[in-house]
Design a protein around this ligand. Structure first.
Ligand SMILES: NC(=O)C1=CN([C@@H]2O[C@H](COP(=O)(O)OP(=O)(O)OC[C@H]3O[C@@H](n4cnc5c(N)ncnc54)[C@H](O)[C@@H]3O)[C@@H](O)[C@H]2O)C=CC1
Ligand SMILES: O=C(O)[C@@H]1CCC=N1
Length: 292
């Protein structure tokens, strides 16, 4: 069955890590052809990279991407977003836009009402109706089709706009629609979440090598163990606490390890870490100066 994306052009403003993961997912999971995707980035290296990796056209002109796309993904850093939007909205190709466009921001911390305000402040009432701001918070496992995205729907978003946005996010993996007020928490949990697992994996590999296992073997043992544990969480027919108890023989090896983790305040530490990420996401909306 043809996808509703099959007639759409998708433009990326910013062609960094997350944009590349999304392009990969769109190319491989949505049947989107290379000529349906366009990207703008000031960095020559990034432009050449996406052009050669995905056979897509890459340019320096953000307004050209806006002009030629039905769906525009704002994929620059949150600190860069205000100036990118300001510049874009001054361009005649923006102000004289005649077609309805979804403008999807994936930037952490920038709330939908702020996004909407900046995208539409300079437009006439009619032109405003053609700009549909949506916020999606993806994560990098999108690169392998195992992404988790949060989506918040603003006022004025029609059902057909939602269907398009859901199909796009769905090409990356699973999608969860949440109220805007929870997007900072979702960012902290699933947007940043892969990094927590990578840190745990790094620590497990390091522990394995410290105990005499080769790096290669420690990597294989760690990856397959995490994969197996996640498969059990998905298909093991029990909640995570029960699954953990099944590994933990009384007085055995797992109990010895978990006692050390609890002694170090592991659960509390994770809660504090995710809360710090949520709070940082909230801070990012306060328009900080760009950091290098
Ligand atoms: N990396 C991740 O895991 C996730 C990132 N995000 C969000 O995605 C956005 C991008 O993050 P990353 O891809 O990690 O950053 P990145 O630094 O890899 O990519 C940003 C790109 O924007 C380009 N850029 C800078 N100024 C520009 C301009 N004026 N016009 C067009 N492009 C410009 C940069 O050259 C760079 O290639 C951020 O807002 C971040 O919050 C969201 C979810 C997950
Ligand atoms: O670290 C960040 O700010 C971005 C947002 C979620 C994942 N990476």
């Amino acid at each position: 069955m043809p996808s509703i994306l099959s007639q759409k052009t998708i433009g990326f403003i910013g062609a960094g890590n997350m944009a590349q993961a999304m392009i990969q997912a769109l190319r491989h999971n949505s049947g989107i052809s290379a000529d349906q995707i366009l990207a703008a980035d000031p960095g020559e290296h990034q432009r050449n990279l996406v052009a050669s990796k995905f056979q897509i056209r890459s340019v320096t002109d953000n307004a050209e991407v806006f002009d030629k796309s039905d769906i525009v993904i704002l994929a620059v850093k949150p600190q860069q977003l205000p100036s990118v939007i300001h510049e874009l909205t001054q361009d005649p190709r923006y102000t004289e836009n005649r077609s309805r466009k979804l403008i999807i921001s994936i930037a952490a911390g920038i709330p939908l009402p702020t996004l909407e305000h900046h995208l539409t402040a300079s437009l006439t009432a009619h032109a405003k109706e053609l700009i549909v701001p949506i916020r999606i918070m993806p994560n990098t496992p999108a690169l392998v089709g195992c992404g988790m995205s949060g989506l918040s729907r603003g006022p004025g978003v029609r059902d057909e706009d939602m269907e398009l946005a859901m199909t796009m996010a769905g090409s990356m993996g699973k999608v969860c629609v949440l109220p805007e007020t929870l997007m900072d928490a979702l960012t902290a949990l699933s947007g940043s979440g892969p990094a927590y697992l990578f840190l745990l994996a790094e620590a497990m590999i390091q522990a394995g090598t410290t105990l005499g296992i080769s790096n290669d073997d420690a990597l294989t043992l760690t990856v397959q163990t995490l994969k197996g544990a996640i498969a059990l969480m998905e298909n093991g027919g029990a909640d995570t606490a029960t699954l953990r108890q099944r590994v933990t023989s009384p007085g055995g090896t797992t109990a010895a390890a978990l006692a050390i983790l609890e002694e170090g305040g592991f659960t509390d530490l994770v809660t504090r870490a995710i809360t710090a990420a949520r709070d940082r996401s909230r801070e990012l909306s306060s328009r900080e100066p760009e950091t290098p």
